[in-house]
Write a protein that binds this ligand. Sequence first.
Ligand code: 13P
Length: 254
Amino acid sequence: MVSRKKLLMGNWKMNHTISDTISFSKAINDFNLVDVASKKGIILAIAPTYLSLDTLKKNAKGLIVSSQDCHYASHGAFTSSISVDMLKEIGVTWSIIGHSEKRQYEGETDLDCNRKIKTLLDNDFTAVYCVGETSKEYDDNLTKDVILSQVRTGLQNIDSSKAKNVVIAYEPVWSIGTGKNASKEIAQDICSYIRSIIKDMFNKDVADNMLILYGGSVKPENIHDYLACSDVDGALVGGASLKADSFKALVDNI
Ligand code: 13P
């Protein structure tokens, strides 16, 4: 069996000002958290708002800083968007794509995600592609159909050599911010299913090495259960990543 590193990634969504970001950075530097995590084989990443990207990059030592989204074009008339070139200039080379809140509130489609992911990979970025079913789809037993089409379309026409820079986050929409986290059995089942889709689309090597995360109401109290699953390589965490103490507790409990 291939041994993969673990990835703990915080998604701050629309939270934290620049001064909050500075305080958080100081606290995790004081904890030496990136080194502590690294000794446990855990990579740490956080996706703050665009405004805080540069601040987090400059202040939080060794932390991977990720955008929460980016445009597929390098520049142009796309009000409110930012491009990979802009991210690169401040040393940011990771981006989340396809978060359910972008899909739900802004109508982002799998094809939109595919265009963005291709741009990211062409620029040697790491793309953290979020997939997950809604509550109704879950109730209707459609989880695997939804995941299959999200993964297949989102990652279509991508070369295997580039797919190694993709991370997939399985985030069931019904579990996000609700406290109704998916059971570890569901997380394992769907993450293993995603790995099998990746093997079909690319090859065994890409599938064996891809990091697949679970997200949705992950807390210090339950993170260990998920990370103990053989196909769950980490977590994408919203609320519990906002406070440095709680982010540290997530690391401690892995
Ligand atoms: P919560 O951890 O707050 O449920 O959010 C999960 C999420 O959406 C991370 O991207």
